[in-house]
Ligand binder design. Structure first.
Ligand SMILES: [Zn+2]
Length: 85
């Protein structure tokens, strides 16, 4: 499949809008320290909203509830279930 015109994925997202060029660094997916999988998702610590529940159902984020502490993990590994970050 061809990439959309003006978009290149070499670690950066390059957008060309007329004369304006925007280059955004894409954060690489974090690796799971337990199993090495890159299939990790962000854990959202907040009051769940309709949007965050939808995203969680799609597997894009994990809901960590609205209680956050200094040691709360930031990412969840979908491969082995490890919390880390
Ligand atoms: Zn893992």
């Amino acid at each position: 499949m061809a990439a959309p015109v003006g978009l290149t994925y070499n670690g950066y997202l390059n957008l060309e809008m007329g004369a304006q060029k925007i280059s955004m660094k894409i954060m690489p997916k974090k690796k799971c320290p337990a199993c090495g999988a890159t299939d990790t998702i962000k854990i959202l610590y907040d009051e769940p909203t309709y949007e965050s529940c939808e995203a969680a159902e799609r597997g894009e984020i994990a809901l960590g509830g609205c209680l956050i502490s200094e040691v709360s993990p930031k990412r969840y590994c979908k491969a082995c279930g490890e919390d880390f970050g």
